[in-house]
Design a protein around this ligand. Structure first.
Ligand code: UT7
Length: 329
């Protein structure tokens, strides 16, 4: 076991067919393609069909990741779904995905909720569980149907988000194998929960109605922007220092896809050209927990991530939560 490590053996992703452009949004709220693009870098996003649930998108991404990894559903004994838009408050979306994929009954299946940092939280959790020796092959999925938690009359939020899913298979591999996890690091700052939240629909305010908070994303955009830059910088710097790696050794940074201006700031901080960052937010917007695994899958399949290269994954989200991971491909 000494020379066995755990690696990302495969990846997959899924995006709903329906594309919603900035110009379409400008017919719903007082906004413009120019405003959205210059402030965020987003051109369009995907919107799931009414009948298409988070678990359906998660299942499609997971099937593709299993195929890519050459691992069967029967070989999976751990399934973690990161989401803030579960199909139902109970049971977990992971259990619904388990049934849809036909994962074995001895598999541990549960959701993690760390908003846009959810995939990194799931990856860290799965990696630790595999390292314990009690689990062998894990699916880590980020999936979101954010269109269901948006106030489509609020131009400050509805223009930013989209629906999608991404997944990876994590399993044992000989040391030095492609996709090897080098390290992960998680953080949370619970003192600022009100900056980014869905105030209604939970046990504090269960019943929607006049005078009660809505079940929609509310955000203090400018404050979140400042936190995002600071947190992602901290998360990137700490993990690089911890592993004695200079930023220049990172071949591809895969950041949470929220805003191109945030990504530009991180690039300046790390003194890296922005071309080192994989960016697909112009086509998907912010897909929260799905954002990083969707980007990983596109970066791998397009050849942007090459064997032998080093990737830095870095995310932030509501909580506030943030985190990073290093992967050697
Ligand atoms: O995964 C975590 C999710 N959260 C984030 O990543 C959000 C981080 N924050 C941001 O990305 C940016 O703060 C936003 C893109 C949300 C907003 O950009 P900004 O440059 O910080 O704009 P702002 O909030 O300072 O608003 C500037 C103006 C305001 O008008 P006034 O007060 O200057 O007259 C807003 O009312 O832009 C107005 N505005 C809009 N105008 C056209 C806000 N949203 C829109 C809109 N279209 N969609």
């Amino acid at each position: 076991m000494a020379d066995t490590t755990f690696a990302l053996l495969g990846s997959g992703s899924y995006a709903p067919e329906r594309v919603m452009t900035n110009n379409e949004l400008a017919k719903l709220v007082d906004t413009s393609d120019e405003w959205i693009f210059t402030r965020t870098g987003i051109k369009e996003r995907r919107i799931a069909a009414e009948s298409e649930n988070t678990s359906d998108m998660a299942t499609a991404a997971a099937k593709s990741a299993l195929e890519d990894a050459g691992i069967t559903a029967e070989q999976i004994d751990l399934c973690i779904v990161a989401t803030l838009t579960p199909d139902l408050p109970m049971p977990s979306t992971a259990c619904i995905v388990q049934a849809k994929l036909g994962l074995p009954n001895h598999a541990a299946c549960f959701d993690v909720h760390a908003a846009c940092s959810g995939f990194i939280y799931g990856l860290d959790t799965a990696w630790a569980m595999l390292q314990s020796g009690r689990y062998r092959n894990a699916l880590v999925i980020g999936a979101e149907k954010l269109s269901t938690v948006l106030d489509w009359t609020d131009r400050t939020t509805c223009v930013l988000f989209g629906d999608a899913a991404g997944a990876v298979v994590l399993g044992p591999a000989p040391a030095g194998s492609t996709g090897e996890i080098v390290g992960t690091k998680l953080y949370s700052e619970g003192g600022n929960t009100e900056l980014l939240q869905i105030p209604g629909g939970g046990s504090a305010h269960p019943t929607p109605g006049p005078g009660t908070p809505a079940r929609f994303i509310e955000m203090k955009g400018r404050e979140v922007f400042k936190f995002a830059v600071r947190e992602m910088e901290d998360a990137a710097r700490d993990i690089l220092e911890q592993h004695g790696i200079h930023a220049d050794e990172v071949d591809c940074v895969v950041p949470h896809q929220a805003n191109l201006r945030i990504i530009d700031s991180i690039a300046k901080f790390l003194e890296l050209p922005v071309e080192r960052f994989f960016v697909n937010l112009e086509r998907y917007g912010n897909t929260s927990a799905a954002s990083i695994p969707l980007a990983i899958d596109e970066a791998r399949r397009s050849g942007r991530i090459k064997p032998g290269s080093l990737s830095l994954l870095v995310a932030f989200g509501a909580g506030l939560t943030y985190g990073s991971a290093l992967v050697r491909w």
